[in-house]
Design a protein around this ligand. Structure first.
Ligand SMILES: Nc1ncnc2c1ncn2[C@@H]1O[C@H](COP(=O)(O)OP(=O)(O)OP(=O)(O)O)[C@@H](O)[C@H]1O
Ligand SMILES: [Mg+2]
Length: 239
């Protein structure tokens, strides 16, 4: 696989142009960051775990009618995806209160949101990804009101699928962040769905099995990620 031209090196993934027009190569690196880039490390093996679980979720969601950018894996940390024009929003679905929402608003940690709460942040590191609302999204020309509704519906459907998958394994999906992109007039799920972009709690012990292990030095990050992949991804799946 020729990945000559590096298009973009983000905080955790590198994106390359491929030989095929309209396809990109995404390499999940072992870099891990938190607190707006204030904490940084390399956890050898992390990239492969995130790539594997992302690929599994994308395939699963695709089978269940959600359009995604995922095409295939080429090695354990690398996937081929459809090139999209990314919509600079972080769409966050919260089933229970944790993290920034508890710091910013008077919610109790762990408080259940029924229905789930969707929050959107404007993706701009220089502005520290400020929270955004429907009027601002339209005023910035990012999405039409109809597209916002489409994305909200997709986000809730994705939440339902992921929550069920985790719940069957005794894990509670507390919240997660997704990104979408456009191809013509179609909106597709893009980027990643991994332990870096969600909060997962063991239902029995309440233990975190996600990036909070790294953020708050709660234990061995790699074993937490390995455990989730082992529980969630069927043995024969992937490359
Ligand atoms: N299908 C796609 N087409 C084009 N770009 C994509 C696609 N999927 C994801 N991307 C973009 O590729 C980049 C992936 O790199 P990474 O997630 O490391 O970036 P980052 O933006 O620095 O980190 P963060 O998401 O925490 O801000 C992101 O900018 C993401 O929006
Ligand atoms: Mg990212």
């Amino acid at each position: 696989m020729n990945r000559s031209q590096l298009l973009y090196a983000g905080k955790a993934k590198s994106v390359y142009r491929s030989e095929v027009p309209e396809e990109l190569i995404v390499s999940f690196r072992d870099d891990i960051t938190a607190f707006d880039g204030g904490k940084k490390d390399i956890i050898v093996g992390k990239g492969a775990f995130n790539a594997r679980i992302s690929a599994f979720f994308f395939s699963y969601l695709e089978e269940h009618g959600i359009p995604t950018h995922f095409i295939r894996m080429t090695d354990e940390r690398t996937m081929v995806v459809r090139e999209l024009t990314m919509i600079p929003l972080e769409v966050i679905v919260r089933n229970r209160a944790a993290g920034s929402i508890v710091r910013r608003y008077p919610f109790q940690e762990g408080q259940v949101f029924s229905p789930p709460v969707i929050v959107m942040d404007y993706k701009d590191d220089t502005r520290h990804d400020p929270m955004i609302n429907e009027d601002l999204i339209c005023a910035l020309g990012l999405l039409t009101r109809e597209e916002i509704q489409t994305i909200r519906k997709l986000a809730l459907t994705i939440n339902r699928h992921l929550t069920d998958l985790f719940s069957n394994k005794g894990l509670d999906l507390i919240d997660f962040k997704i990104e979408f992109g456009r191809s013509g007039d179609k909106i597709l799920l893009a980027d990643e769905i991994s332990m870096d972009s969600m909060r997962l709690w063991d239902r029995e012990t309440g233990a975190s099995l996600d990036k909070d292990v790294y953020r708050f030095d709660k234990g061995d990050v790699l074993s937490a990620y390995a455990q989730v992949v082992k529980m969630m991804v069927p043995e024969g799946y992937g490359v």
